[in-house]
Design a binder for this molecule. Structure first.
Ligand SMILES: [Zn+2]
Ligand SMILES: [Zn+2]
Length: 345
């Protein structure tokens, strides 16, 4: 069985790894699709991000769909050949935060493909994966690539629930990679009246338009493109900040009206904040990190046709061309979500 293993920055290898033993409550899966995420790209291009560094070889990947091969003892409700979306969120269920109903803050989280803990948590980019039945969500009827979008969708659904009431709100999205594009879809689904999106790339902004943004602004061409929203103490009720860049956050804050809510999704390291504006406009700064229950919600919304992520999948390459897929995924002039095909349907 082959797996995609990162050894160091720029050192990505397709390696043979030993198959795992199927245990109680687990399902043996044949991987279908794997989406390349910003964090996978960071390991590939920089060997990590911030203080998180690769210290041993690690299988990448956490955005996956798969077909059921074999049920372990104690598992019911799945059938051989069934397509499932596999949640990479594996909280312990026993620590204080799990007990409080905050599993995304689990103290013993084993999120796929993460070098935060040591030993690192091995990821899901492998031809065969053993997962807990509880991680598998029925994705029957979805295309395998669409099912593999459940993870980034869950991230944005979690942020959207952190925003509170969305009906009739005016929303600004800064940064239109996959997370920003999904923010447009989720905010609209939750009732946003107006959505404006910014980025530096015309390609990603064209995708934002496809997702239903009312207006897009290329901040490279129009550095003052948000200035018109800053008058009378601002315009937007909600900001999805998806860049992690201080200047984007600062421009977004200037365009937020009093009591507006900032959803910080972009992770770009620590940054300086315009604290005077946050204080004087009584803004609320809310972080958002990962998800748990929203994973199944996202699959359900997609299966019912209420959120369509298919246009965001811009490239699909076979496992043998995985390195090319990583290079394409980092090219913001032509890639939104690049995926790896682990097995043909
Ligand atoms: Zn991801
Ligand atoms: Zn826990």
């Amino acid at each position: 069985m082959r797996a995609l293993v990162i050894h160091a920055a720029g050192d990505l290898r397709l390696e043979d790894v030993a198959p795992e033993v199927l245990g109680y409550g687990e399902i043996r899966l044949r991987l279908a699709r794997g989406g390349i995420c910003g964090s996978d790209l960071h390991y590939y291009t920089h060997g990590g991000f911030g203080a998180v560094r690769l210290r041993e070889p690690m299988i990448l990947g956490h955005e996956v769909s798969a077909h059921v091969v074999e049920l372990g003892p104690g598992v019911t409700g799945f059938t051989e050949g069934q397509l499932v979306a596999v949640s990479p969120s594996r909280p312990c269920g026993a620590c204080r935060y799990c007990q409080e109903g905050l599993p995304n803050h689990c103290l013993n989280m084993r999120f796929y493909g993460s070098a935060m803990p040591f030993p690192h948590i091995q990821g899901a980019f492998r031809e065969e994966l053993i997962a807990d039945a509880a991680q598998c969500v029925d994705a029957t009827g979805l295309a395998p690539g669409v099912a593999a979008m459940a993870e980034p969708l869950a991230v944005v659904l979690h942020a959207t629930s952190r925003a509170g009431q969305m009906m009739g709100k005016r929303v600004l999205v800064t940064g239109c990679g996959p997370i920003g594009a999904l923010a447009i879809l989720c905010a609209r689904r939750a009732g946003a009246a107006e959505i404006v999106a910014t980025d530096l790339s015309d390609f990603t902004l064209s995708m934002a338009q496809l997702c239903g943004a009312d207006r897009v602004v290329n901040m490279a061409d129009e550095p003052d493109g948000l200035a018109e929203y800053a008058g009378q103490k601002g315009y937007f009720d909600v900001l999805y900040e998806c860049t992690g860049v201080a200047s984007a956050l600062g421009q977004g804050i200037a365009a937020l009206r009093p009591r507006g809510v900032i959803l910080q999704l972009g992770l770009g390291g620590d940054m300086t904040l315009p604290m005077t504006a946050i204080t004087a406009k009584e803004l609320e700064l809310r972080g958002s990190f990962r998800f748990h229950a929203e994973f199944a919600t996202g699959v359900e919304l997609m299966r019912k046709g209420l959120i369509d992520v298919a246009p965001l999948i811009t490239q699909s390459l076979p496992l043998s061309e995985a390195e090319a897929a990583f290079r394409i995924a980092s090219d913001r002039s032509r890639a939104m979500k690049a995926q790896i095909i682990f097995a043909q349907d």
